[in-house]
Design a protein around this ligand. Structure first.
Ligand SMILES: [Zn+2]
Ligand SMILES: [Zn+2]
Length: 347
């Protein structure tokens, strides 16, 4: 079983015995612009890969755009807070065919900028909408669905909740309108069948059902379950790099996000990768920096103002304060407050 690391060097030491290519997975949620907090997590994974390579080993970085996620749509007839495939969503800036491609292009630009500043790593970009169609992924998902109560206990706390907020973690997409909703989908464990009502008023479909293994249908999941790919789709991940917000308590019970992800994966009984938890960047209002909170600093706007300097500053900062920081907390991610961020970025 893998371990959870908050410290870069501890994570690196644990990989020391590997003879093969070390696989590093990172997930990117696409629901907005790349902000500096996302960049900090990405940079940590780039630097992990670069460090492994410069130690004479091989590593491969897989960046997955989790493009079945929760956007905020109100104007196009879709239900509010629905889940939709970003591949079907128009790119509002008009430069790509879909929002997914727009995001992947931004990720690629970011990689090129960082490699131009001297970091050396191999990478590929994947889309979660494709990975969830792999049979191995569905096998893992079905294992979790069959352990529904255990999943609920990890997710909600000691006592499974029986209320309206007792959410499922699995959201099938309507085959017609391609939306889903956060209201419960139902799972019939006897038949291995998921069923769902389509709540989109503009859609003719009332309800639908399908076999979990039927990859003609798309299944979105709570983002904690995205990590199924690490252990069910080859090549399996050795390390999964997570943002610093995974070190915080998630939901009603007192369990950290990263511990929930690990526990969920352990339910599949396939072993887990190591988890490296990145730094947590705090916004100007004392809350964590986040797209949904609206206090994120846009990475590309900073690049426009300052050019590559931003990247050099972030690399230096990460090397001095995260990688070479002997005072680094062993069981918590490093919190970087807004005053510190301003002085690092000189803004
Ligand atoms: Zn675009
Ligand atoms: Zn529909």
């Amino acid at each position: 079983m893998g371990s959870i690391f908050y410290n870069f060097n501890d994570c690196l030491d644990n990989l020391d015995s590997y003879e093969k290519t070390i696989n590093i997975n990172v997930g990117l949620r696409p629901s907005g612009k790349l902000h500096i907090g996302n960049f900090a997590t990405l940079l940590l994974s780039f630097m992990l890969s670069d460090t492994i390579n410069s130690n004479g080993k091989d590593s491969m970085l897989r960046l997955t755009i989790c493009d079945l996620d929760l956007p905020y749509l109100e104007e196009d007839g879709s239900p509010d807070n629905c889940i939709i495939n970003y591949r079907d969503m128009p790119d509002e800036e008009g430069c790509h065919d879909s929002f997914s491609l727009h995001v992947s292009d931004n990720v690629e630009k970011t990689v090129r900028l960082v490699q131009g500043c001297g970091l050396n790593f191999n990478y590929e970009i994947n889309f979660f909408s494709e990975l969830q169609k792999e049979l191995g992924y569905r096998v893992g998902l079905k294992k979790l669905l069959d352990k529904n109560m255990d999943v609920k206990m990890i997710y909600n706390g000691d006592r499974p909740r029986k209320s309206k907020s007792d959410k499922t973690l699995v959201y099938p997409l309507c085959p017609e309108c391609r939306t889903s909703s956060k209201s419960s989908s139902r799972y019939d464990s006897e038949r291995g069948v998921l069923s769902m009502e389509c709540l989109n008023a503009m859609c003719d479909v009332d309800s639908f059902e399908f076999d979990v293994y039927d990859t003609e249908y798309d299944i979105a999941v709570h983002f904690f379950l995205n990590a199924i790919r690490d252990i069910m789709i080859e090549p399996f991940a050795d390390v999964h790099v997570l943002g610093g917000d995974y070190a915080s308590i998630h939901g009603g019970n007192r369990i950290r996000g990263v511990e929930k992800v690990k526990s969920l994966m352990e339910l599949m009984g396939a072993g887990t990768p190591d988890y490296l938890v990145g730094p947590l960047l705090m916004g100007n209002n004392g809350q964590k920096m986040g797209k949904s909170i609206g206090n994120g600093l846009n990475f590309f706007e900073l690049i426009e103002d300052q050019g590559d300097d931003i990247i050099y500053k972030m690399i230096d900062f990460t090397r001095e304060n995260i990688i070479n920081n002997t005072e680094y907390p062993k069981n918590d991610s490093l919190k970087i407050n807004y005053e510190q961020i301003k002085s690092i970025l000189k803004i």
